[in-house]
Design a protein around this ligand. Structure first.
Ligand code: NAD
Ligand code: ZN
Length: 364
């Protein structure tokens, strides 16, 4: 095991438990909201259509700006245009707050917007580590589907549509200042999405725990998240309120673990096929795990068995592309060298080859 030292950041204020959405007003005030403040809500389209059912009507009605975030994974060009729109509409940038309500797409868009409102370069210039120099607008995250850990992680993942690079704005300024973790909001998630997205937390956990760059703090968080995921996904009632609360906690804990640790080989491959074939993150992870099943045989078996137990199809790359360009998959995945080294060792490029993937696909 390689010892490494990194600063573990954490979101300072968290309202949690079923019904905790009622704390949103208090949280906004604790972040400095006054009667003259402008609150910018970024919301998932499902949440906008179903705002009454989820108790969001009043919050949306009282917001200064309500933006419906498109379903696709956020791009640097989308964030540039979102920033222009918002800066053109607000009166005083220094008296704004941002709230993101939705899945990873909406949460990451809210995180990136808050950074870009005070940092002037195009979004693509901030993809990387610790590039923004100015403090972001205060922001609150409210996940409505569990899995990505975007609520607690330090990154806001964006794709550059020109270069194909999927890489986050990794900055202390991109972390949320407060969270609402209210599992009442996930009651309406369809079963297959509950698994496809929720398994992202399982992937984050085992990728951390099978890596070589480790520290006891992120290991402990990842172990707790892994255990919660196993309980939820093996339960006969995976979507009970108790299990939804556990999965929301697992998502948070695994994202928190990632602030001082690294993912493994699933995420680089998932990012590559996600960009190349427009596959959503959770589904791309499962396909990537299939492509890497000789590296992670037990985890692949676990995912296969819990999907089968719930009669959810195992996603296949064939549903997204007739012919996979493994050369491009290797090329794009290889840009994430640190997680690959974490999982496969320093000689990772000798393992992650076109032939490796061809071999795994033939075994299908
Ligand atoms: P998503 O945000 O697109 O949400 C998935 C779907 O669920 C959407 O169609 C949405 O409308 C629907 N949905 C959300 N809440 C719902 C509810 N309560 N009821 C019914 N439907 C609901 O997808 P996601 O998987 O949550 O996020 C994926 C994104 O997160 C990707 O862009 C990925 O790159 C990013 N990501 C970020 C991090 C991070 O640390 N920042 C980590 C992993 C992934
Ligand atoms: Zn992920």
């Amino acid at each position: 095991m390689k010892v490494h030292h990194r600063v573990n950041l954490a979101v300072p204020r968290i309202a949690s438990g079923p019904g905790s959405l009622s704390s949103l007003g208090t949280l906004l005030e604790s972040l400095g909201k006054s009667s003259s403040s402008e609150v910018i809500f970024l919301a998932d389209s499902y949440m906008i259509r179903n705002k009454a059912k989820h108790g969001l009507e009043t919050f949306f009605a009282e917001s200064s700006i309500l933006i419906e975030v498109p379903a696709n994974e956020p791009t640097t060009t989308y964030l540039d245009s979102l920033r222009s729109e918002v800066l053109g509409r607000v009166k005083d940038v220094s008296n704004c707050l941002v709230v993101g309500v939705g899945g990873g797409v909406t949460l990451d868009s809210a995180k990136a917007l808050s950074v870009l409102m005070t940092n002037d370069l195009p979004a693509m210039e901030y993809q990387g580590w610790d590039i923004p120099t100015r403090r972001a607008i205060p922001k609150i995250g409210i996940p409505t589907i569990s899995g990505t850990g975007a609520e607690s992680s330090r990154t806001a993942v964006l794709t550059n549509p020109v270069s194909g690079l999927k890489l986050g704005i990794n900055s202390d300024f991109s972390m949320f200042d407060a969270l609402v973790l209210d599992a009442n909001l996930t009651a309406t998630v369809p079963l297959h999405l509950y698994f496809y997205n929720g398994l992202d937390a399982y992937m984050h956990s085992f990728e951390i725990l099978t890596g070589s760059y480790r520290n006891p703090l992120s290991d402990s968080l990842a172990e707790a998240a892994l255990s919660l995921c196993e309980q939820v996904f093996q339960s006969p009632e995976p979507q009970s309120i108790g299990n939804r609360t556990k999965l929301m906690s697992a998502s948070y804990l695994a994202g928190q673990a990632l602030t001082s640790s690294y993912v493994g080989a699933v995420h680089p491959v998932s990012a590559a096929i996600g960009v190349l074939y427009a596959i959503p993150h959770g589904v791309a992870n499962i396909i990537a795990l299939n492509m890497l099943r000789t590296v992670y045989p037990n985890q692949y078996a676990f995912v296969g068995s819990v999907l089968k137990q719930n009669r959810i199809p195992m996603p296949s790359i064939d549903n997204f592309s007739e012919e996979v360009d493994f050369g491009r998959v290797v090329e794009l995945a290889s840009r994430h060298s640190l997680p690959l080294e974490n999982a496969l060792g320093e000689a990772w490029s000798q393992t992650l080859t076109e032939d490796f993937f061809h071999g795994n696909i033939r075994e299908n």
